[in-house]
Design a protein around this ligand. Structure first.
Ligand code: NAI
Length: 282
């Protein structure tokens, strides 16, 4: 099976980036959002990023025009009726995702593959909302999508080898590096990253070191490009807490217990960069 036409659902931070890299790789892309304002903003953001890429001589003017010509806006799921692949990047909420997948299942052609960019929800459960669980898979892109090379490809319990191979090939065409991952809480990226961030928060909570010093240790001692507490502020402390809860509940192991200080900050509305205050002030 060859993928030609792709719909990306959700024109937010992730969906916009996914639509951009798909269009740059030569696929025809429909960017869908139920919110017209989000759709317009998403498209404008893509145009701006492409203009910046031209300015930095990473692409030329005709690459930009060709990419934009391959992109169109969509405000109805029905537009997916002739798509070979749909990549869903709507809010991280199981009810919303199940509804979207259930509806898509009745719209897309028989051969079409349905992928989710979820960072923490089980692909197996999303797949169960359709009558084609063998053609449902996780494509977990990293933020910012045009920059980050990795895509975790998550196999749900019933994902077929054929579906996996088509998506792996597609990921190669996007000039990204696919990594095969089984469907368990946190997949690989967040299962390793989030406990590290949580542990960094524990060291501050227990008074072992200061926020700045914990970040300095990881930057200068481990060559991490940014400290774990800065990174937590960028990701959003609510998102960090949510993923720790997914790990804690999913494995039932106390090693994933979210740090009480993380809970306290989230309760206070200190969510990191987006709210102006987290471990640092912005
Ligand atoms: P966002 O909030 O920036 O964008 C979500 C978009 O989906 C919004 O524009 C909203 O209007 C739209 N939407 C919501 N329900 C919809 C529906 N039923 N139909 C069509 N559009 C709908 O969210 P973001 O950050 O882009 O995240 C999207 C997904 O990507 C989530 O599942 C998240 O867990 C995952 N993810 C996020 C990462 C991040 O760093 N933000 C990293 C990797 C994955």
């Amino acid at each position: 099976m060859e993928i030609k036409r792709v719909m990306v659902i959700g024109a937010g931070q992730m969906g916009g980036g996914i639509a951009q890299v798909c269009a740059q790789a030569g696929f025809d892309v429909l960017l869908n959002d139920m919110n017209q304002d989000a759709l317009d903003k998403g498209m404008k953001r893509i145009e701006k990023l492409l203009t910046r890429a031209v300015d930095k001589e990473r692409i030329n003017e005709s690459d930009k025009t060709d990419t934009l010509n391959r992109l169109s806006k969509s405000s109805q799921l029905q537009d997916a009726h002739n798509c070979d692949l749909v990549i869903e990047a709507v809010v991280e909420n199981m009810d919303v995702k199940e509804k979207v997948f259930g509806e898509l299942d009745n719209i897309v052609p028989k051969h079409a593959i349905l992928a989710s960019n979820t960072s923490s929800l089980p692909i197996t459960e999303i797949a169960a909302a359709t009558k084609r669980p063998d053609q449902v898979i996780g494509m977990h892109f990293m933020n910012p999508v045009p920059v980050m090379k990795l895509v975790e490809i998550i196999r749900g319990l019933q994902t077929s080898d054929e579906t996996y191979n088509v998506i792996k090939e597609m990921t190669d065409k996007l000039s990204k590096v696919p990594v095969e991952v089984e469907d368990f809480p946190g997949f690989v990226a967040n299962r390793i990253l989030m406990p590290m961030i949580n542990e960094a928060i524990y060291t501050v909570y227990e008074g072992v070191s200061s926020v700045e010093d914990v970040d300095t240790v990881m930057k200068l001692g481990m060559n991490h490009p940014m400290g774990p507490l800065t990174l937590a502020d960028f990701i959003g402390l609510d998102t960090c807490l949510y993923i720790m809860e997914v790990l804690y509940e999913g494995f039932g192991d106390s090693k994933y217990r979210p740090c009480p200080l993380l809970r306290k900050y989230v309760k206070a509305g200190w969510l990191g960069k987006k709210s102006g205050r987290g471990f640092y002030q912005y």
